[in-house]
Design a protein around this ligand. Sequence first.
Ligand SMILES: Cc1ncc(COP(=O)(O)O)c(C=O)c1O
Length: 341
Amino acid sequence: MPVISAPYAFNEGHLFVDLESICGQPLHLKCEGFNFAGSIKLKAANEMVESAERDGLLTPESILVESSSGNLGVALSMIAASKGYQFLCVTDSRCNLSTRLLMEALGSEVHVIADQDSNGGFLGTRIEYVRQLCASDDRYIWLSQYTNAGNWRAHYRTTAPEIAQQFPHLDVVFIGAGTTGTLMGCARWFRQWHRSVRIVAVDSVGSVAFGGEPGRRMIPGLGMSMRPPLLDESIVDEVIRVEEADTIRMCHRMARRGFLFGGSTGTVVSGATDWLARHDARGLSAVAIAPDMGERYLDTVYQTNWLQDLYGDHVLEDGGLDAVAEEVESATRTSERRRRS
Ligand SMILES: Cc1ncc(COP(=O)(O)O)c(C=O)c1O
């Protein structure tokens, strides 16, 4: 029985969902949402705060400041509340309402940026805002998840070995890319493993993280409006891009089976399912990472009006949901056929 006295001391690292009966492909999903911050970002937040403490950067007067689309902000709010630091999160209008309320409930200040940068995203504006804050008062300490090595090191130390322990014959891993902390930490660890593992990065259409045209992106977490400073493309085997409409469909498909995951999980699972369908997946050992759960997205990904306004009526018409149900049934039939053969 785990007994803890600090909220960041618990993190379920060994829970996987077998998705074969839902997506018709041999795919296991590593769930990173089972901790008190509700997301994979707890790992990066812990690592970055502990390393700043070791380096003597944090004093009782310090005010932590970070640019975050939400999940890192919640994790830092929780750690700051527990350790007695102040925290200011700079986010943007894409941040879910519930995520913002969570940060405030934990005692943090939240500043919401509404001006887009030249790539149509908010990152450039958010970072400039943080820079100005730090220049105005030296109590502000910016951990900078975009450049902090603690971000990828957290996954090198934990996420990748947790996968390897459960899947000793792993062939391919699908990892969503935001700051690329998760991607870089896992890729570096698997490059040193005894077995060759194909590292597939999953990005959203409209992100310029790996190049390409900037475009509208409404689902927070995945994708960047600039090249991620942590990214080393030489250790990534392949990049796949997923349309947000496919993300939404996959989220609803999993929800129809009782698994309510966050938006970026829909992106990663949709990309992974397509990839596996295009390759001979029989006998492959494949894992994807689910960064968070779905409750934070009830007013976006799982809300009818939001979906209709952004993606058109067809996404939610009866035909649309019936189609999702049909896909689920067909995936179940495929996976049963596979099991029998
Ligand atoms: C929901 C969600 N998915 C994916 C990511 C991307 O993770 P990373 O920043 O490690 O690339 C994040 C990061 O904030 C996230 O919050």
